[in-house]
Write a protein that binds this ligand. Structure first.
Ligand SMILES: [Zn+2]
Length: 126
């Protein structure tokens, strides 16, 4: 089950996306409508670079909602099957994972859990 973002968090995320989309627009058009791009290849390269970066950001932000990334989410211990959760997200050890998407390399974090019975540290699957 995925964590829900609050309305405030969603608004902040929306604004960040719009800022990034505006920056992409500027990289393509600049102030003069061309931004130094002349050949078709130059225009295509710039359009692909800017939209690939937007796609990677969208994917990373979406993945950040997964349970595996949320230290507060309860998961089952892979050894004993018992419930494990962290009360304090600040204490959670985070593992940064890299993933190669169709639009390039992205990174996302998963929070480690320690089972109080087995005393083993593990990262939830996902
Ligand atoms: Zn356990």
């Amino acid at each position: 089950m995925a964590r829900k973002r609050s309305a405030g968090e969603m608004e902040q995320l929306r604004r960040e996306f719009l800022d990034r989309a505006e920056a992409a627009f500027e990289q393509m058009f600049g102030t003069d409508g061309q931004n130094g791009l002349v050949t078709f290849t130059e225009r295509e390269d710039r359009a692909c670079e800017t939209t690939d970066a937007l796609a990677r950001w969208l994917l990373e932000e979406h993945l950040a909602l997964d349970e595996a990334a949320d230290p507060e989410a309860q998961v089952d211990c892979p050894l004993c099957g018992g419930p494990v959760r962290y009360d304090s997200p600040e204490q959670a050890e985070l593992e940064v994972r890299e993933f190669r998407s169709r639009r390039g390399k992205i990174e996302y974090e998963r929070a480690a859990r320690r089972c109080p019975r087995c005393r083993k540290v593990f990262f939830p699957a996902g």
